[in-house]
Structure formats: structure tokens, C-alpha cells
Ligand binder design. Structure first.
Ligand code: PEP
Ligand code: MG
Length: 747
């Protein structure tokens, strides 16, 4: 039987809906709503505070406080009790507000007369919209029931806000999803793009947050949950027998789908008068809030699972999502909370840009975006709930800035910037056939990095002499099972065909730790970057490495083959990996396959230890390639994925350049060819300094070849070296200021 609070709650929600249906402006509605809530909850005060901007809350309507304070009283996130509710996204319930920690006295409101205070966040899907407060003179704590009732009302307010109910003439709020908003995120792939938003997960719109018939609504919810459970069972049944990991993931889904607590909480919300959709969103919102402050990676994953399940349930209830019939815009810019590498590969090159709320510099999605050369900004918090399909959007991947629905002056400045880029690219195109020869006569070989078949056309366009690094992990990451040898051999063969005789250096699988294959047994490691990865996995699990080596040998068939092993930390690892390749060659010979015409076996130098390996290593290695991204992170002990530290140490730091110089010397002593293939090779000033330190081969993103070549052709590397040495002698931490000064002097 429904209890009294449920009945009261439903009555209030019905009255709220009637208020919404009245033909009044946004402000009048807000005023009426505060009146209704205070009346229903028997409190003297009810106030609604809404965010004016990301950091400022404003009193937008009140019953019981002084009306003059409306639109005057403001507080920052975290300030006072209201600010605390907003920051923590949790209720604050106190019988004696003035003596509460952090209480802020606001004389204009006259609130000092009220002793008790209950504030709950108004939030939708983890997006903070405001705070709903009730206050009374009598010093009492509100009951759990009252807190819950106020949360239910706040949920309805959130949905109404989303539907634009409080906008319009004299309204407190600006219309949602119409204003320009800028986001400062982090760069994951450079480049600039302008286009229209394409949401990876189309937003589910809940048009009616309040239900009339509790029984019918509970029935709807129960049926939808049943359907959800069946669909998870179907998914589970479709998993191949041996696929334990996939099974484990879906088992967790199933556990959530059957969780009594989850369904009980949703049913309770429906009994209070929420619609089934709003009840699901209320739970989802709470989970997202927890997600945002959850430090534990495992728990975050589980909360993400729950979020995904809630989305499925919403789609079942609303019939929205999935195929919404929306047309992908001409210049789609993908906006998502997060995305997996396989999904991103499905979109492929149709995307102009990508903006993610989460993500990291080293995530799989980032690797794919890099391989596709699509500008990517990560950590753009809140964008996936603010953006609508088709909104105009500008992505500045160089600065990590995104402008959603930009004003005309911002858009035109951006267009100018894009035009300048295009002009510069045209200038670089003129250099395409010219060598990267410095004024001193030294020529540097510029190669490109690749990871997909689709990258190969850039060989012609960029003027690269070959592929200095072909990352082979994408084909493994994007699938649900280990690719077959025949498929890999065919792909590698096509890559070589497309290179038309130019060199392609294939790097064997660099996987493990954070780059976990969906089908690989995952072991939690305390420090994944320093863990079981790359060659360490290859040598321990020989099957996959041998299969890949066979595929490479078969692909080459009569052509030269160049292979390098990633993350070699000591001589033995290289020797063992090399032996595997030699064994496979022998095996293939015995099987009667055509062998490569010649084979080069290299090592990537990505840990400082290898720079100090025995001379015999350098003698044995056919070539060495510096993986600067990893080398730098280990040299400075600064995680390349951690935004806090990753830019802290300059590549042109004297210590790092001295390490590079040492490696150049070690290779020169044994005549071992040396190249550099980290991201820094694509930055013109860094590339010039590496060349000045003696590097003669650099491998980079195709788009960087032009800018690097252009600078190299303008300088004398001997003079550059003098400038670098002078700075090194002067005790400077980085040679950058001195080098920049020297470059400016060249005019
Ligand atoms: C590097 O570490 O510099 C490198 C080229 O390898 P990856 O970026 O794929 O780790
Ligand atoms: Mg590396």
C-alpha cells in the first residue's frame, strides 16, 4: 500500500506539472514552483539556485526569503552551504545552519531567521544545474523521507530545465543548448577542424518526467527491466565459448541488470510520482556523480558499466537512441564521453574532429585518432550533455580548446587560422620533391609514422621517403580476437605494395599493461607503464609474436623486410627476439615459402638502460630507433599520459639532449644506423636540434614532414650545434630559449 509520503509526493509532482502547463513565462513558473514546494513540504522557505556559469550559482526564485535578493545573491561553487551542495553533489541536511561549517551569512536574503536547512543538487546525468533548498525556523533535521522527496522534485526540475521550461521573457535562465560555450581540454592529436556536432550516443530526451498512473508506470519499468535482462542474456549467449574476458564483462552487466537495489530504488522513485524514464535517470545521475569522484579504476569501470546499462534501459523505455534516423552532417565532429578504438575505426576518416569528455593521451582511441590524423581534444568536461547533433563546433587540437556554437568573431578568427594553415600546407607541398638538405649540406631522411593501410596514400602527398615506424597494434586492438596470420600477411603485403619499394619499418606488437587487448587476460599491475608490455609480452607469450613474424616474412616474399622490436631494455631481450625471427625465417625456408630478399632487424631504444648496453648489442643490431615518447617519460620519470607532469620537462632539456648525443655516439662507434621516431621528431625546432646532435633519420606524422623540412632547409646545422653547445655550457636547463633566439637572428 502506498504510504502517506508517496501520496504527498505524487500530489506535489502533479501540481508542478499543472504549473508547467500554465501559459506563463519562465520566471513566473519558477516563482510558482517554489511556492508549491514550500507549501507541500510545510517549510517556510523554498529557494532555487541555478548556475549562471560553471562556477557561479544565483538565487533565481524564492518563497520565504526577501524577494529583493532574487538575481542579486550569488555564490561560487563550494561557497556557503548552497555552494557545498553543488560541489559535493550531495544533500546537506542540518538543524542549525548558522553554526554549520562553511555557513555564509547573506544579509540581503534575511535567512538568518531560519535555523534548519536542507539542500539537494539539481542535476541531470551528472551535469550540475543548480541547488534546491528548503528552510524552516524550527531547529529540526529533515527526515530521510523528506530528503528523498526533495531529491525527486529536484530531478523533475532538472528535466524541466533541460526541456527549456524556465527560459523566455524575464527568465532566470538562458535557453539551454543555444548559447556559445568554450571548453578547455587537453590536446591528444594536433590539428584544427570546424564542422557540426555528431553525438556518438544520441541524447535520450525525456519529455515527461512525471507519471500519473503509478501502477501502469511501475509495470512499464518492470517490463523494460525484463527486456533489458533478456537482451543481456542474448548477448551472453552469443559470446563464443572460449572468450572468457568478453563473458566476464557481460556477466557483470547481468549482475547489475539483476541488482535488487537498483530496481528497488527506481521503483521507489516511480512510487513517488516520477516517470520510469526519470527514475532511471535519477539513478544514472547519482552513478555519474560517483564516477566523477571515483579514484579507483576498477570501480570507475563498473560505474561505466552501470551507466551503459541505464542508457540501454532508457532506449528501451523511450524507443529513442540506436538508429535515430538523424543524418550525419557534412563535416562531422564526433562528441562523446568516451569511445573505444573499434568504434572509432568504424567511423574512420569520415570524421573531421573528435572531442571527448574523458580519454587520455595514450588511450587506444587516441592512438587510432592519431593514426587517422584526426584532431582530438580530450577532457572537455560537460560537452556531451551540452552539445546537440548539428551544432556548429570548432576544434583547436593544438591548444586543446573547443568552441561550441561559437560567436561569429570567434568563428571568423578560427577560419583565418585554418586558411593560414592551408596556405602553409601549400607552401610545404612545393617542397615535396626537394630534399631535407640543410645549408651546411647535410641531408636528413624524413620518414613517416603509420599504423593503418589508410595512412599509406600520405607517403606520396607528404614527401616522406618511407615509413619509419609502422605501429602494428591497431589491427590487434580493433578486433575481438587475435587476427589470423593470413589476414595479417595480406595486410602487411598491401602496405608494402602501397609503399612502392620505399622502406617500411614494421614494429612488432607493442601491447600489454594499459594497451590491453580485449581478448588478452588482464592482470592488474600497479605501474602498467613499467609493467608487462611490448617485447616482454612477446618473449613470454611466443605464439602471437611468432605468428606475427611469420605474417611479416610471408608478406615480404622476395622483397626487403625491416622489423623492429619495441621496448628493448637489455641486450638479451634483443638477442632472443632476433633469434625468434631468424628461427621463423629458417622454418619458412623449410616450408618452401619465398623468403624476403633481405632482412633488417632493429631495436627500439625506449628505456635509458639500452643507451648503456654492451657494445655487442650495437654491433648485433641492424639499426636502432629512438622511441622518444617512452624514452623521455622514463628518463624524466614523468608519465606521458599524466597531464600534470607530461609537459613539465622540455625535450630540449640539456640532460635529454646529452642522452641523445650519447646514443648518437654509441651508434657511430659501431656504424649502426640510428633514427628517431617519437612525436618530438615532428616538431620543427626539436627535429632541427636532433639533426644538429647528429641524427640523420627522423620519422614523424605525415603532416609534420613539410614544416620540418622547411626549417631544416633554412639552417646550417653546424651553427645550430654551436648555439646548442653554448647554451649547454652556460648552465641553462633547456637550450630552447637560446635556440629560439638564434633562429630569430636568422630572420
Ligand atoms: C615512442 O615511444 O616514442 C614510440 C614511437 O612508440 P609509441 O608512441 O607507440 O609508444
Ligand atoms: Mg613507445
Amino acid at each position: 500500500m502506498a504510504d502517506q509520503t508517496d501520496i504527498e509526493s505524487r500530489k506535489l509532482l502533479r501540481r508542478l506539472r499543472e504549473a508547467m502547463a500554465e501559459d506563463s513565462a519562465g520566471q513566473a513558473r519558477l516563482d510558482r514552483i517554489t511556492h508549491l514546494i514550500a507549501d507541500s513540504m510545510n517549510t517556510e522557505v523554498c529557494s532555487i539556485y541555478l548556475f549562471r556559469d560553471a562556477e557561479t550559482l544565483e538565487l533565481c526564485a524564492t518563497e520565504g526569503l526577501r524577494p529583493e535578493a532574487v538575481h542579486q545573491t550569488r555564490m561560487r561553487m563550494g561557497e556557503g552551504l548552497v555552494g557545498r551542495v553543488a560541489r559535493q553533489a550531495r544533500p546537506v541536511n542540518t538543524a542549525d545552519a548558522p553554526s554549520e561549517r562553511g555557513f555564509r551569512f547573506m544579509p540581503e536574503t534575511g535567512e538568518e531567521r531560519f535555523s534548519s536547512f536542507l539542500g539537494v543538487p539539481i542535476q541531470r546525468l551528472g551535469e550540475r544545474l543548480g541547488v534546491l533548498v528548503v528552510q524552516s525556523r524550527e531547529a529540526r533535521e529533515y527526515s530521510e523521507d523528506e530528503v528523498y522527496a526533495l531529491e525527486v522534485v529536484a530531478m523533475v526540475l532538472a528535466e524541466m530545465t533541460e526541456l527549456g521550461a524556465f527560459t523566455g521573457e524575464g527568465a532566470a535562465l538562458q535557453a539551454r543548448h543555444t548559447q556559445p560555450v568554450s571548453y578547455r581540454g587537453a590536446t591528444a592529436q594536433e590539428g584544427a577542424a570546424m564542422g557540426q556536432v555528431w553525438l556518438h550516443e544520441p541524447r535520450v530526451v525525456v519529455t515527461n518526467p512525471i507519471a500519473d498512473d503509478v501502477e501502469a508506470e511501475t509495470q512499464r519499468l518492470t517490463e523494460a527491466v525484463d527486456q533489458l535482462r533478456l537482451s543481456v542474456d542474448d548477448l551472453l549467449a552469443a559470446v563464443p565459448k572460449g572468450d572468457k574476458d568478453q563473458r566476464e564483462i557481460l556477466e557483470t552487466y547481468r549482475m547489475f541488470a539483476h541488482s535488487r537495489g537498483w530496481t528497488r530504488r527506481m521503483t521507489a522513485s516511480v512510487e513517488r510520482g516520477l516517470s520510469a524514464e526519470a527514475a532511471v535517470e535519477k539513478e544514472q545521475s547519482a552513478a555519474r556523480t560517483r564516477l566523477q569522484s571515483q579514484p579507483d579504476a576498477y570501480m570507475r569501470e563498473r560505474l561505466n558499466d552501470l551507466d551503459d546499462l541505464s542508457n540501454r534501459l532508457l532506449r528501451i523505455l523511450t524507443g529513442q537512441g540506436g538508429d535515430t534516423g538523424a543524418q550525419m552532417p557534412d563535416r562531422p565532429i564526433l562528441v562523446a564521453r568516451n569511445i573505444g578504438p573499434g568504434e572509432l575505426l568504424d567511423y574512420g576518416r569520415s570524421l573531421r574532429g573528435i572531442v571527448l569528455e574523458q580519454g587520455s593521451v595514450g588511450s587506444h582511441a587516441t592512438i587510432v585518432a592519431r593514426a587517422l590524423a584526426i584532431p582530438l581534444v580530450i577532457h572537455a568536461r560537460g560537452i556531451s550533455t551540452e552539445a546537440l547533433n548539428g551544432d556548429a563546433i570548432l576544434v583547436d587540437g593544438d591548444q586543446g580548446i573547443v568552441h561550441l556554437r561559437p560567436e561569429e568573431n570567434v568563428a571568423s578568427a578560427f577560419r583565418d587560422k585554418m586558411a593560414m594553415r592551408a596556405k602553409a600546407q601549400e607552401r610545404y607541398a612545393d617542397l615535396r620533391e626537394k630534399p631535407a638538405q640543410a645549408l651546411c649540406g647535410t641531408t636528413v631522411r624524413l620518414m613517416m609514422n603509420a599504423g593503418l593501410m589508410a595512412d599509406l596514400p600520405s607517403l606520396e602527398g607528404s614527401g616522406a621517403e618511407g615509413v619509419g615506424l609502422f605501429r602494428t597494434e591497431l589491427q590487434f586492438l580493433a578486433r575481438n580476437k587475435v587476427p589470423r596470420r593470413g589476414d595479417l600477411a595480406a595486410l602487411y603485403g598491401r602496405v608494402m605494395d602501397a609503399a612502392k619499394g620505399r622502406k617500411v619499418v614494421f614494429r612488432t606488437l607493442d601491447i600489454g599493461s594499459d594497451k590491453v587487448l580485449p581478448y588478452m587476460k588482464r592482470e592488474e599491475e600497479p605501474n602498467p607503464a613499467l609493467g608487462w608490455r611490448a617485447i616482454r609480452v612477446g618473449l613470454d607469450k611466443k605464439g602471437v609474436m611468432r605468428m606475427q613474424l611469420q605474417a611479416l616474412i610471408r608478406a615480404a616474399a622476395g622483397r626487403p623486410l625491416s622489423v623492429m622490436f619495441p621496448f628493448v631494455a637489455q641486450f638479451d631481450e634483443y638477442r632472443a627476439a632476433r633469434q625468434h625471427l631468424l628461427d621463423e625465417l629458417e622454418r619458412e625456408r623449410k616450408l618452401g615459402h619465398v623468403l624476403p630478399s633481405e632482412v633488417e632487424i632493429g631495436a627500439m631504444l625506449e628505456t635509458p638502460s639500452l643507451a648503456f648496453a654492451p657494445r655487442q648489442f650495437f654491433e648485433m643490431a641492424d639499426f636502432v630507433s629512438i622511441g622518444g615518447n617512452d624514452l623521455k617519460q622514463f628518463f624524466f620519470a614523468a608519465d606521458r599520459e599524466n597531464e600534470r607532469v607530461r609537459r613539465r620537462y622540455d625535450t630540449l632539456n640539456v640532460s635529454f639532449l646529452t642522452l641523445i648525443e650519447h646514443i648518437v655516439k654509441r651508434c657511430a662507434e659501431t656504424g649502426t644506423p640510428l633514427s628517431f621516431c617519437g612525436e618530438d621528431a615532428g616538431r620543427p625546432v626539436e627535429a632541427m636540434c636532433f639533426a644538429a646532435m647528429g641524427l640523420r633519420t627522423l620519422s614523424m606524422r605525415p603532416a609534420s614532414i613539410g614544416p620540418v623540412k622547411s626549417l631544416l632547409r633554412r639552417v646550417n646545422l653546424d651553427e645550430a650545434k654551436e648555439a646548442i653547445d653554448a647554451a649547454r655550457g652556460s648552465g641553462d636547463q633547456s637550450v630552447r630559449p637560446a635556440v629560439m633566439e638564434w633562429l630569430r637572428g636568422l630572420g
